[in-house]
Design a protein around this ligand. Structure first.
Ligand code: NAG
Ligand code: NAG
Length: 184
């Protein structure tokens, strides 16, 4: 498959396997469509990097007109046998559209799988203020309550972003093109 369409919160799953015929140094890269620069954005994803030969996972950004992309988020090596959430601010203070890349490499052996899943691009910054009591239920695991004045204020106050998810703001549907071998 050449194109992977990743819907917000859809159960798509990218995986780079370190078993043969892959070799150490092989990379897998997926590239998003061009994203207009109307907002601060938070790029949220889940990753699993487990095994003694795990390589590097990078989230990079190429701003239109720039010569090279820059790495905004990176992890190398074993991060434990669990799925972890990553979040990175990707739209702050930019003047041109940009493209996001998810890049992973294969570690130096056969226990180096990297998996990424559940991409989301929220049109507000990643930073979450400490929860304040209120009457709006985030409907997260701990039923965090925030004041109603913090709903639709362009700031994420619920960890699951429920407070900003139905405000007439257009979510960006991330469309990644799988342009290198690797992700399946
Ligand atoms: C990740 O970023 C680092 C620093 O720019 C770079 O050296 C490395 O090759 C990148 N790895 C992948 C898999 O893209
Ligand atoms: C917020 O709610 C928690 C749990 O119900 C309570 O323990 C705490 O005192 C409250 N804080 C404020 C500032 O009202």
């Amino acid at each position: 498959m050449d194109y992977v369409i990743l819907l917000v919160l859809l159960g798509y799953y990218l995986f780079i396997e370190s078993s043969a015929p892959r070799k150490p140094g092989d990379n897998a890269v997926i590239q998003s469509q061009s994203i207009p620069v109307n907002n601060a954005y938070c790029f949220i994803f889940w990753y699993n990097m487990h095994g003694q030969n795990v390589g590097t996972l990078n989230i990079s950004r190429l701003i239109q007109g720039d010569r090279g992309k820059s790495v905004l988020w990176t992890k190398t090596g074993d991060q434990g046998n669990t799925w972890r959430q990553g979040a990175v601010d990707v739209g702050n203070g930019l003047f041109g559209p940009f493209t996001l890349f998810v890049e992973a490499d294969v570690g130096s052996g056969y226990q180096g799988d990297i998996a990424v899943d559940d991409f989301r691009l929220d049109p507000f910054p990643c930073k979450i203020e400490p929860p304040v009591n209120g009457s709006y239920d985030c409907q997260d695991a701990s039923h965090t309550m925030i004041p109603r004045t913090q709903v639709c204020n362009f700031k994420r106050d619920c960890t699951n972003a429920r407070d900003e998810s139905d405000c007439g703001m257009k979510c960006i549907l991330l469309t990644f093109k799988n342009h290198l071998k690797g992700f399946a």
